[in-house]
Structure formats: structure tokens, C-alpha cells
Design a protein around this ligand. Structure first.
Ligand code: ZN
Length: 417
């Protein structure tokens, strides 16, 4: 019976010769399962340096690894880790098959941690679940990201997007560079800062992974001078498209400014901010009532809102040729509106004319950033957000980097139907 149990655990752990399960201890009181792994005396191992087989054991030292819980029981593996003596390389520590060098977790435990975080738990929640400090969880995540990023290939990338976000409004910005070639875009690179220097850092990283700057034909960005200048300098072949989310934000902010000024003389506009920022299809019933009551008035806020929605409708055009004359008409209308905030917004559009129209040819946008911002919001709800920018970058790679972590499949959390 004892032997059968040991054989069962040997199979469950995927242990190959010469490793065996030598002892099993199960404590109901401590809610702990301890497994001792061992190799028979006279066992021979492969040299980790040169791959030579049949090396004899020189000495060994006791080590412990945290494994997946066995139901609610904390499971620890104990083994003496052998060092072999190779005729060519001398004394070397043997890699054990259940763990990677330097980790106190088994590979399955690490795979489990990654699956939980990718599935939506924060590292802090995972740490609490497994009863470990969260820095251990972060270290595992960072190791796999580094390893997976070392192997990524950017040689096919021709369209990129860049945008910025922060873990807290107004603080510690990171710039996120996206691959927009694929239907499902992915994050290529994320780094601290939001200046032209981050574009140079991205170019370096792109080229370190087989990408070529002169191959980048399209780039999507907001209208910040730092990104415009950085992209023109580092990717001179790229045609720039201004992200339509940011264009609509420009007009939304202008409308809001018009309302704030106008409500001083028109108190009926107080508390109506979202009535004007929302679209016809997403106002609440109450907001729709306010909108309908004011829509035929001569308020500048109403006219500005109309200008915003006409601008938005331009995105339904099928080509640059169709869009450009309409954009010109819109520009004339806005600049003759005598509403300063709208004139200013229209002039910003004019200044970025080619990149506004480029969308009708390139059709690229930075929508992936919404997913990233959702991730930041959700981390804020579950914990108090990410402790550092470095952690935020780790999560960005983990969730939207589309990296291949090359981990063992974990049976206990596989979803089957
Ligand atoms: Zn060797």
C-alpha cells in the first residue's frame, strides 16, 4: 500500500528515473502534506553544463519547494539536491525536474500562479490565497515575463500604436507600444515616462527582437508633441494616424469647457456635464429628458455638442476622398461658431490635419489601451492598485503581451465542459 501511494505521487509529479517518492507525511492538524523525493545510491545524472550522461554524485544538500496545495493542504516537496562531478566541468548542481534553478516553487506551482493572475486575480490576492508574501509572487511573474520576452520576434511588425497611462491619475506615466498588425493587437513594449526618449527606447527594443524601424509604415498616437517628434525621428517611414478616441476627447473637453463658462449665466446647465458628454444612444432617461428640454435652445453648449456629434459622424466615411471635404466644411462651421473653445479645438484639428485624415486609409486605433486601463481600474478596486510603475509594466506584459510562458499544463484548473 505504501509503495503504491509513493508510485501514485511519483506519477502525479511526473518524476522520471532515478527520482522516487521516498516518504509521505500527512498532517491533518497542520493541514500539511510533505513529500520526500530521493534517488537511490549509485544513481547517475546528466551534467547540466555539457549534457554528458552518467555522472556520479559528488554531494547533495537538502532543499524544500512549495507545491500546489493538495486540496486545502499546503504541500511541500523535500529533496536532497545532488551535485555531480563531470570530468570536463567539475562539480555542478543538477537541475531537478520539478523546479527551475533559484525558485522555491515547483513548476506546477508557478504555472498555477500565472494562470490565476492571467485569470483576473491580483498578485496580492494570489499571495493571500497561497499564504506567501506577494513579492514572491511578483518575482515569479517577472521571471516568466523576462524569459518569454527574450524569445519574442518582432520581425513582422509594420504598424504600431503608442499611448500613455498611469497607475494613478497624473502620476508615474508609462508609455505602451502596441503591435497593430494583427486583428488582436498585443503590447510590444512598455516603459516608464512619456517623452520622445521612450520612443527611442522602444526602437532599441524592437530592433533587439528582430524588428526594423524602416519597416514601420503606420503609427497611431495621440496629439502629444513628444510622441509626434519621437516617432518622426525614430520611424521616419511611418505615416501618423491620430487615435480617434483622443480626437473625440479633445472635442468632449471643448464642449465641457463651453458648458462650464455658459452655466455662469445659464444656471439650468448646472449639473448637466454628462448630458453633453454622452451620445444620443447612451444617455440615461433623466439625461435624455434634460437634453430634449434644452436641445432647441440657442445655448452655445447645445451648438457645441452638435458640432461634436457631426465630427463623430465623419468616422463613418469610407475614404479620405469622402471625408476630407466634409472635414473642411466642419472646420469652417466650427471656426465661424464664435465659441472660443470650439474654435480652439478646430484649430488643433487643422494643425494635425494629415494625421486626422490618415485614419480613413490606415483604420488603426489604440483601443487596446482601454483593456489596459480596465486592468488598472480593476486592480484599484481589488487592492489599492499597483505599488509601483514596475509592477504595472509587469501586469501589462502579462495580460496583453501575448507572451508564451512555456509552462506545464495544470490539470487541476483546466476548464472542461
Ligand atoms: Zn559536463
Amino acid at each position: 500500500m505504501r509503495d503504491q501511494m509513493q508510485e501514485l505521487f511519483r506519477a502525479a509529479l511526473g518524476l522520471a528515473e532515478p527520482w522516487v517518492v521516498s516518504k509521505i507525511e500527512f498532517s491533518e492538524d497542520r493541514r500539511q502534506l510533505d513529500l520526500w523525493l530521493d534517488f537511490p545510491s549509485g544513481s547517475r545524472f546528466v551534467c547540466p553544463a555539457c549534457g554528458r550522461g552518467g555522472c556520479g554524485v559528488y554531494d547533495s544538500s537538502e532543499r524544500t519547494w512549495r507545491h500546489l496545495n493538495f486540496f486545502q493542504h499546503k504541500t511541500l516537496l523535500h529533496a536532497r539536491r545532488p551535485r555531480i562531478e563531470c570530468p570536463d566541468d567539475g562539480v555542478k548542481t543538477v537541475d531537478v525536474p520539478w523546479s527551475r534553478p533559484g525558485s522555491g516553487f515547483t513548476l506546477l506551482m508557478e504555472a498555477f500562479i500565472l494562470v490565476l493572475v492571467q485569470g483576473g486575480m491580483t498578485p496580492a490576492q494570489v499571495a493571500a490565497l497561497i499564504g506567501e508574501h506577494d513579492t514572491r509572487v511578483w518575482r515569479v511573474l517577472q521571471h516568466y515575463i523576462e524569459r518569454a520576452r527574450a524569445a519574442v520576434d518582432f520581425s513582422e511588425v509594420t504598424a504600431i500604436g503608442v499611448d500613455e497611462t498611469s497607475r494613478r491619475r497624473g502620476h508615474n506615466y508609462i508609455s505602451v507600444f502596441m503591435d497593430l498588425d494583427r486583428e488582436q493587437s498585443r503590447v510590444l513594449f512598455a516603459t516608464e515616462g512619456k517623452d520622445a526618449q521612450t520612443v527611442a527606447a522602444f526602437k532599441q527594443d524592437l530592433e533587439a527582437h528582430g524588428g526594423r524601424a524602416e519597416q514601420i509604415a503606420e503609427a497611431c498616437l495621440d496629439m502629444s508633441a513628444a510622441f509626434i517628434n519621437g516617432l518622426r525621428e525614430q520611424f521616419p517611414e511611418a505615416q501618423l494616424t491620430f487615435d480617434n478616441f483622443h480626437l473625440m476627447k479633445l472635442l468632449g473637453d471643448a464642449v465641457d469647457q463651453v458648458r462650464r463658462e455658459e452655466q455662469r449665466t445659464h444656471p439650468e446647465l448646472k449639473g448637466t456635464r454628462y448630458v453633453w458628454l454622452k451620445n444620443d444612444w447612451n444617455r440615461t432617461e433623466k439625461q435624455a429628458r434634460v437634453f430634449d428640454a434644452l436641445r432647441s435652445s440657442k445655448l452655445a453648449t447645445v451648438r457645441a455638442t452638435h458640432m461634436k456629434s457631426v465630427f463623430q459622424d465623419l468616422f463613418a466615411c469610407e475614404s479620405v476622398a469622402e471625408a476630407e471635404p466634409l472635414l473642411k466644411q466642419w472646420y469652417f462651421w466650427a471656426t465661424h461658431s464664435r465659441i472660443p473653445a470650439m474654435i480652439k479645438a478646430a484649430k488643433t484639428i487643422k494643425k494635425h490635419w494629415a494625421g486626422v485624415l490618415r485614419w480613413f486609409a490606415s483604420r488603426i486605433s489604440n483601443g487596446l489601451l482601454e483593456a489596459i486601463n480596465g486592468l488598472i481600474q480593476s486592480a484599484k478596486r481589488k487592492a489599492r492598485g499597483f505599488r509601483s510603475t514596475h509592477y504595472l509594466i509587469t501586469m501589462v506584459y502579462l495580460i496583453v503581451g501575448k507572451l508564451d510562458f512555456k509552462l506545464p499544463a495544470i490539470a487541476p484548473v483546466t476548464h472542461t465542459k
